[in-house]
Design a protein around this ligand. Structure first.
Ligand code: PRP
Length: 218
């Protein structure tokens, strides 16, 4: 049998929405995958030639960009942050909708109000720097890996750039959403070289394309 394809999926919220889409595209994980107590990171699927790995969202992009996994699902926020040339994102899965936004406490002035430099806490330093640069502002980014919303209250940075969905996390931490930097949704990503050399990758892309074009009515 040919080497199995490795499909990387992110832990966290996106997974719940991604699973039905994957199943409609014929990617059905083994039972153990649904067992909350299971600590394994690799799972078989009903396809003998396809296995899943469950990793952090940023790592999905890294595994696929390096060809260690051939296919993956990840938010467009992560794709934008890495800007990997070996990574191709052919299908918008129309799930995992949220936005990447600049937020700050109410007493912090609007970005762009005359400042040429600002400090921002974020998991997205590249996207953040680029966005501020377009406004002639130099952003000094303090990299955090989660719980960005706590940074202003502790004086780490007056502004944050983070994902916003319902807005509850911002509100409950005394922050206001100021600017939407990008709208986010989950994408199917593939390694460019694998797409060229392994027909199974192109076939998976087509399956997901079909599923995404005909959202489940149920
Ligand atoms: C995300 C994001 C925000 C929150 C926004 O974090 O980083 O903190 O969700 O959602 P809301 O607008 O609906 O409140 P998540 O809970 O996924 O965990 P993380 O901090 O590990 O990224």
């Amino acid at each position: 049998m040919a080497t199995p394809l490795t499909f990387a999926i992110p832990k966290g919220r996106i997974l719940e929405e991604a699973l039905p889409v994957m199943e409609r595209a014929g990617v059905v994980p083994e039972e153990a995958f649904h067992d909350k107590g299971n600590r394994s990171l690799t799972f078989a699927t009903t396809r003998e030639d396809l296995r899943l790995i469950r990793v952090r969202a940023f790592d999905v992009a890294t595994f696929v960009a390096h060809g260690a996994a051939q296919v993956g699902i990840v938010g467009s926020d992560v794709i934008e942050e890495f800007d990997y040339s070996d990574l191709y994102a052919p299908v918008d899965l129309a799930i995992g909708h949220c936005r990447l936004s600049l937020a700050a406490p109410a007493d912090v002035p609007e970005a762009g109000a005359g400042a040429s430099h600002m400090r921002v806490a974020t998991k997205y330093p590249n996207v953040t720097r680029r966005w501020f640069e377009r406004q002639g502002i130099q952003a000094e980014c303090v990299k955090l890996n989660g719980a960005m919303e706590i940074a202003p209250a502790l004086g780490l940075a007056r502004r944050i750039v983070d994902l916003v969905s319902s807005g509850r996390t911002l509100a409950e931490n005394g922050l206001e959403e100021r600017d939407v930097i990008m709208q986010v949704s989950a994408r199917l990503i593939v390694n460019r070289a694998a797409l060229k050399t392994d027909p199974r990758v192109g076939e998976l892309v087509e399956r997901f394309r079909t599923v995404a074009a005909a959202p489940d009515a149920s």
